[in-house]
Ligand binder design. Structure first.
Ligand code: G3I
Length: 363
């Protein structure tokens, strides 16, 4: 109750300028994405603790979203920088904010080949660890992190991006794979389930709509299901663009994974105004990074189509999360190189809804 009053007050101060009006004079709190999609699925957003200190971003989050994903702060490198030291502060700040405002949290992530801590794959003398020790470290990490947030985090991306982009391989040739073979995947799910049997456990990946990669992921998930590994769902990251995925591929992907008895979420949605590139890059000399009317029009059409498909597939889809809040900050501007401005989200650099927003909420 107290939280709801705080949300309403904050929303009216920041969005309507209605300071000092009595409740009968105040305009009704305006609806956000989460309200339009209340009968469908939660609408989430990836955040940093810094964003949760910025009043404009806080107002936008509270009005539009009802689920949070920490963009970086629960990954193994940031949260577990040394073997015997956890860095809880930033992750706790996000979970505390979510609790204070009754938002769900998706945990991201427990096992990934990127953003790993330096100590993880090595012994004290610098030699590579054995499979047995690496699995013990994975167990201890998952057990500690999942138990800390038990009851506060409803879903975890347990294994992230383990499938290869290369069509000749099933699994990515990561340090996890080199040391453990494929066993680390099933074990990660078992450890997470033992730590919190209520948590919804995800395998999460990108380019899941491309038929080749979709099939490789399908083979992995089928094997896990057959071996009775406790996996509940698959996350389609949704780092899409003006040119992909097609409606056919998107529907086929959701339905193919659902046929394994898995739920599906879109976990990291954004629609880049540039074609997807494996090696993202800086702006080249003379190259424009203007957000043209054509780009905006195509992007609006893409968002409209994607949300139509999401609504149609609601019996399989249990959530849609955007990867960042607004075009003010998107990982696509700066990862891995700075310099080429992107505009992939529903809110512009001034936190105002873009034309795509209205297409998403008017249905
Ligand atoms: O925190 C350090 C800071 O201390 C340092 O000074 C600075 C200098 O480079 O780096 C900061 O860390 C950066 C971190 O983001 C926080 O801003 C890392 O360099 C940078 O690599 C990291 O990028 C993140 C990327 O994952 C890492 O792979 C992006 O923010 C994050 O959006 C992105 O998220 C991933 C999902 O987890 C998985 N799916 C794909 C998605 C996009 O790549």
């Amino acid at each position: 109750m107290k939280n709801n009053m705080y949300r309403l007050a904050l929303a009216s101060v920041l969005f309507t300028g209605a300071v000092g009006l009595s409740s009968s004079q105040r305009p009704p709190a305006e609806k956000g994405l989460k309200d339009y999609y209340q009968a469908y699925f939660p609408i989430g957003v990836a955040v940093s603790p810094q964003a949760l200190k910025n009043p404009a971003e806080v107002a936008l989050i509270l009005r539009q979203f009802n689920s949070l994903t920490p963009e970086n702060d629960m990954k193994m490198g940031p949260i577990h920088p040394e073997e015997n030291r956890y860095n809880w502060g930033p992750a706790d700040a996000i979970v505390d904010f979510a609790q204070a405002h009754q938002l769900r949290v998706r945990g991201h992530n427990l096992c990934w080949h990127e953003q790993t801590p330096r100590w993880l794959f090595k012994n004290a003398d610098g030699s590579p660890v054995s499979k047995e020790l690496l699995l013990r470290r994975l167990h201890d990490h998952i057990d500690t992190v999942v138990k800390r947030y038990k009851g506060k985090i409803y879903a975890w991306d347990v294994v992230n991006e383990a499938v290869a982009d290369d069509s000749t391989q099933l699994l990515r040739n990561s340090d996890w794979y080199k040391i453990c073979g494929e066993d680390f995947i099933a074990e990660a799910f078992r450890y997470a389930h033992a730590a919190d049997p209520q948590a919804v456990l995800f395998y999460n990946d990108y380019n899941t709509e491309r038929p080749g990669k979709r099939e490789r992921i399908y083979q992995l998930l089928k094997k896990l299901k057959q071996a009775k590994v406790p996996i509940d769902a698959v996350g389609l990251q949704g780092h899409w663009s003006l040119v992909e995925p097609t409606e056919k591929d998107l529907r086929a992907t959701i339905e193919r994974f659902a046929s394994l008895g898995l739920k599906v979420q879109i976990t990291e949605l954004d629609v880049s105004v540039y074609p997807w590139e494996k090696d993202r890059r800086a702006r080249r000399p003379g190259e424009s990074d203007a957000y043209t009317p054509e780009m905006q029009q195509k992007q609006t059409a893409q968002y409209k189509l994607f949300f139509k498909v999401f609504r149609d597939e609601v019996k399989y889809l249990t959530g849609v999360t955007f990867w960042n809040i607004s075009d003010h900050y998107t990982w696509l501007d700066s990862y891995p190189v700075a310099g080429r401005k992107n505009h992939p989200l529903l809110f512009d650099e001034n936190f105002k809804p873009k034309p795509a927003y209205y297409e998403v909420v008017n249905f």
